[in-house]
Ligand binder design. Sequence first.
Ligand code: NDP
Ligand code: PYC
Length: 338
Amino acid sequence: MSDGIRMTLAEVRALARRKLRAAGLAGDHADAVAETMVAGERDGCASHGIYRLLVAVKSLKAGVVVPDAVPVVDRPRSALVRVDGGGGFAQLAFARGLPALVEAAHTHGIAALALTNVVHFAALWPEVEAIATQGLAALAFTPSHAWVAPAGGTKPVFGTNPIAFGWPRPGGHPFAFDFATSAVARGEIELHRRAGKPVPDDWGYDAAGQPTTDAAAVLDGAMRTFGGHKGSALAAMVELLAGPLIGEMTSADSIAADGARGGSPMGGELILAIDPAGFLGDAVAEHMARAEAMFSSIEDQGARLPSARRYAARAVSEADGVIVPRALYDDIMNLGDA
Ligand code: NDP
Ligand code: PYC
């Protein structure tokens, strides 16, 4: 096949692990990081699938990430869980904090998990999905690097600052969404640049502050928020909740700390988990049914739920595997082996 390589998910997982281990990442981190890349590729999220191998290896080679960091979990209050990731990738820190977050949410009705001192390059929906499958509503936020101009400006202040939400559904996949507060994830613009494709002229500005369709010029200039002032305010909220509130870096701090090494964002993530039984007690089933009625009223008119595309892609990938673009596959193979 000339334009892509078909791979099973097991092959994608093995490839990701091998390349991460070859780049010096400890085994437990390599396993956790590989899982999010497999999840992205499996669910048709190209910007956060196996493409992220190039990004993660770049961070490892640049010395931005501590390859053998040991996450340390503590409980500053009984409903608050904190994991100091020790400068490692966020995935293992999340995995180490998840059981305590779920337990605290079931105990108190609501709980928060702060990841600090982590390097973050991943999508957030695997995290809210993992929490929602345990019967909890979930919200997650993380800043990134200052790449995005506030509405009304043209100079980067915010990160691409995703917000993710998960809602448990009886007998089915959770309702979930996960999106950057920028017009599009930066990874999507990077994929346009790699493919030599123009971007829409409302995705960003060049370094002179002019709208442009040149992907490379947007990457060197400033991205735009989605929804004008609304996305801009949400981006600021993410900076505050997953930055100063948990003693962590803003996106401006992160890009300054990177010092032009080109690594992934450093800093924190805030994750909230809410147990519906906390407010509802025995009436949970009745009110969850009302949520289901709302989902039906969306779908019954032909609109789709967020994540419906992703779950459909998942079913196909699990049966047939995925197709990795040839140029990306070649770049991954050129990363070197142990
Ligand atoms: P998209 O615009 O691709 O998707 C946003 C969400 O909207 C998804 O949940 C998607 O569901 C849903 N959606 C899309 N179209 C429709 C529709 N027609 N009807 C209903 N729902 C719809 O996301 P972004 O480009 O903004 O972000 C991509 C990823 O990048 C995210 O996973 C995010 O976490 C990640 N990211 C990570 C960052 C980090 O710092 N770690 C920074 C920025 C982004 P579906 O998937 O089913 O299409
Ligand atoms: O695509 O904007 C992005 C992104 C930033 C960090 C991880 N992904």
